[in-house]
Design a protein around this ligand. Structure first.
Ligand code: FAD
Length: 441
């Protein structure tokens, strides 16, 4: 291998594996750096997203705004409803509002929780990345770290070399698998029934809430929301005992075609709004819920490789926060890299500086992600225990739980820049200087 034969030896070559939300966000941030070459390697042969919805909370929205991506988070691309609550919880039978998650400290309209068609969010992000830097049809199957750099091997037999490689390749990360071969994913026993369709189909439904709604029932929930660009989404689902070898849906695969009649059947006794929504839903697709079975021991491999987004900490999508986490991971890694390699740097960072940057990224993000994984696993285990013990929730308990809401301000309003400054040891308190930290680097 000749790492010195790179056409631009003075630049730092960063290989990003995966052109999803994390990979695109990182590329957008790094492309502004005149001394960094970024290349994204994506296994798909075209850039597109599955037809499902995705929410971004104030944390992810703020970060995209910091990157100047106002068109991505605009009201045209995403839907904010009345902008008064992150989530509204309703009763499955009566449709009454039981609780709301109100943001604790979100003043700007653009930072209010926003819901998108995944394709619209992804497509808009992709518009900000230079097309030549995205290599399609490049599925990573191996990664080797040597002193001079990283060698990435693809399923088509080709290889590439880089100074740093970032695994942004999602839930079933090939980079993670190559570096941590024993790592396992875990099925929670839940399968979501998802659909996205034109909002014209719901316009005649009486009493349809303007804000996104989560109806909580004794055994399952139902979610519906308008999305940007006049789309609408519904999400139903079931939870079964994942340890039961005969469990329903045990063998469904990601994004499999589903049976919409099943959705209608499962929700036929719910309140008239939910029932009407299932009747206009034209199709469903199945999405089994997998997460990392536990936290990784490290996010830094051989001084030159790290993971971001679902590759580092897939939590199964609970609290609709995976997209924002991926965005904030990308931004924290960007801040960490420019802290050792500012645009004015006279030379490339040393290997030790690269390692310091990757460790700084890890200490900015890992405690936050692990806190979430712990909460999610505890919640999943409790659900399965309820099924295994055959002990459902009483209506009173359900109402009590919904009234409390999700208590997720720590998650949705997390400030990655403040966390980065804390990890760096330069955070100066609430009125300190963190807001302009990226300008100082
Ligand atoms: C149906 C669905 C609904 C969701 N809803 C929400 C929501 O409402 N709110 C929310 O915050 N989060 C939601 N999530 C989770 C959120 O989308 C993820 O957490 C987020 O997309 C993670 O981004 P990522 O870039 O890490 O991974 P991904 O977006 O999965 O991107 C990974 C990319 O890597 C590519 N890739 C995979 N393997 C390889 C390989 N070996 N070589 C090269 N490329 C590879 C993939 O093709 C893909 O393009 C949802 C996820 C799904 C799928």
């Amino acid at each position: 291998m000749d790492f010195k034969s790179s056409p631009e030896p003075e630049k730092l070559n960063v290989a990003i594996i995966g052109a999803g939300i994390a990979g695109l966000t990182l590329a957008i941030a790094l492309e502004n750096h005149p001394l960094i070459n970024t290349t994204i390697y994506e296994k798909a042969t075209e850039l597109k997203e599955i037809g499902a919805s995705i929410a971004l909370g104030p944390n992810g929205l703020r970060t995209l705004e910091r990157l100047g991506l106002n068109d991505v988070i605009s009201d045209e691309n995403g839907y904010r409803g009345t902008g008064t609550a992150g989530m509204v919880y309703r009763h499955w039978k009566t449709n009454e509002v039981l609780g709301t998650d109100v943001h604790a400290d979100v003043k700007e309209w653009l930072h209010q929780t926003t819901r998108f068609h995944r394709g619209h969010l992804h497509g808009k992000l992709a518009e900000h990345v230079s097309r030549e830097s995205i290599k399609l049809g490049k599925k990573v199957v191996g990664i080797e770290i040597v002193e001079e750099g990283v060698t990435v091997t693809f399923a088509d037999g080709s290889i590439t070399e880089a100074d740093i490689a970032v695994g942004a390749d999602g839930l079933r990360s090939g980079v993670r698998q190559a570096l941590v071969p024993g790592f396992k994913l875990k099925w929670s026993g839940s399968v979501a029934f998802r659909s996205v369709f034109d909002a014209s189909l719901v316009e005649s439904i009486p009493d349809l809430p303007e804000d996104s709604a989560h109806w909580w029932g004794p055994e399952t929930n139902f979610f519906s929301s308008r999305l940007g660009r006049n789309m609408y989404t519904v999400v139903g689902g079931v939870t079964v005992d994942p340890d039961d070898p005969d469990a329903r849906f045990k063998d469904v695969a990601w994004d499999d075609d589903g049976d919409v009649e099943l959705l209608r059947e499962d929700y036929k006794n719910w309140n008239p709004v939910v029932k009407a929504l299932t009747e206009v839903t034209p199709y469903i697709r199945y999405h089994p819920n997998f997460s990392c079975s536990g936290p990784l021991d490290t996010w830094v491999f051989g001084d030159r490789v790290t993971l971001i987004g679902d590759a580092a900490h897939a939590h199964g999508g609970a609290y609709a926060t995976g997209g924002s986490l991926a965005i904030d991971d990308a931004y924290a890694l960007y801040l960490s890299l420019i802290s050792v390699f500012p645009v004015s740097a006279p030379e490339r960072p040393s290997l030790k500086e690269i390692r310091n940057a990757l460790e700084l990224y890890e200490s900015t993000r890992r405690p936050h992600a692990e806190k979430l994984l712990k909460i999610v696993h505890a919640g999943n285990n409790a659900k399965v225990e309820k099924i295994q013990n055959g002990k459902g929730e009483t209506d009173e308990q359900l109402r009590e739980r919904a009234a409390k809401g999700s208590n997720t301000a720590w998650l949705h309003e997390h400030d990655v820049v403040k966390a980065f400054a804390e990890a760096q040891g330069v955070y100066k308190g609430e009125n300190g200087e963190v807001s302009d930290i990226s300008a100082r680097l």
